[in-house]
Design a binder for this molecule. Sequence first.
Ligand code: SF4
Length: 501
Amino acid sequence: MRIYIEGLDHERFDRPMGNIANLFFEECEVSRKPVGDEDLHIAFKVEVDEMVKVRAVLSDRSGNSEEASYEKELEGWSTEKEYFRQLIKAVSRVYLMVLQDYTGITQKWGILTGVRPTKLLHRHVQKGTPLAEAHRQLKEEYLITDEKIELMQKIVDRQLAVIPDLYELKKEVSIYIGIPFCPTKCAYCTFPAYAINGRQGSVDSFLGGLHYEMREVGKWLKENGIKITTVYYGGGTPTSITAEEMDMLYEEMYESFPDVKDIREITVEAGRPDTITPEKLEVLKKWNIDRISINPQSYIQETLKAIGRHHTVEETIDKFHLARGMGMNNINMDLIIGLPGEEVPEFQHTLDETEKLMPESLTVHTLSFKRASEMTRNKQRYKVADRDEIVRMMDLAEEWTEKHDYAPYYLYRQKNILGNLENVGYALKNQESLYNIMIMEEQQTIIGLGCGASSKFVHPVTGTISQLANPKDPKSYNDSFKHYTEEKIKILEDLFSREQA
Ligand code: SF4
């Protein structure tokens, strides 16, 4: 699909116009210059005085046309960026309206293409906007549907129920630890995940670097009296290393981090069932790791094979029972909607199997075609369900979770997500993952240690966010972990000392 957009004369419009077009069409090209053989022509007229007035006329090659308009009072602005933000919002709104009318597709998230919609509602809650007014504004400014506003509200309520001091946690930090190894690489994966077999040398040096980072950052936190709210071991698959290696890592955590017994939650993403052994579960128990994830993704064997997850459905079930039997009482399971070859009956089967296990929490992802994954590179090899079918599966997940007393407690969206839907974390009462809430709502600094771990620094007073990512591959990590540790500590110094000043 090629779209020619006329009448918007600033490059600041390019990204939002491209992102919104992608909600409607796959493989879409949007240009502000005539392309000659465009499929759609959209002519804008934008007038600005005390009001922003936008009108758009869409026409296609067959002579079909749609038009829409919108006007809104221009609010005060002090920078060019703020001025354009208002213009872009108004233009996006009209653009979405003509595209919705033309395609007959309603975008339930309106013009929002960002990852964290619930942040918008938190902002209103923090400002003290009455809820009805907050909802009205979300609907008016972004064209978000009532259904999604209701979902956002449920999530925000849940989050504040489990972390009542969510807005006061800026003076603490959470820690993410990335272990970049997996037994094999899955086809949809873009995480730093290297097949572990035959790489013991590389694992050893990586762990050496990681222990160093944990020690140095832990020392800094202790010296500065900064508490840790949550710790999350992700990756890769953090249980792909040996039980001894895990034991030493958690021992390091207890020695280096401040007041580990007061940390509200420690999660280890066991992820791939084929990495879980009784010895490793013993180690997790020994160090009081409260929460693990065992991820089936699907309970259809052919699907697991097609996506390169080399474990069996039985293995998922067996490892779940093993973990349960050994005392793990907070287990999360990840499911993916829209895996190749799967439609409603397959997903229903996955839910039926989930019902037999009843994990404490369930994260339902919608497949996204991430640019760097094998699946995207060879898209024609993977047959996936169409938009309507994806929506039906999502509805099924919603109904099923509600019926089984799981409540939604976090959500995020991705680019190129099938059906423009979202990933939603559901949990039984009081079994929500606190780390997932912290990472989604960006209320505090999360320090990333290990491979591919991204640190997100949230200023304790202003809330401004900056990021620093560790290298993704173990070799570059091994060459530079000291440098990255120093950089992080410098940023932390600056962040927390400025706050005290
Ligand atoms: S197990 Fe997870 S991290 Fe590892 S390759 Fe598969 S999707 Fe990626």
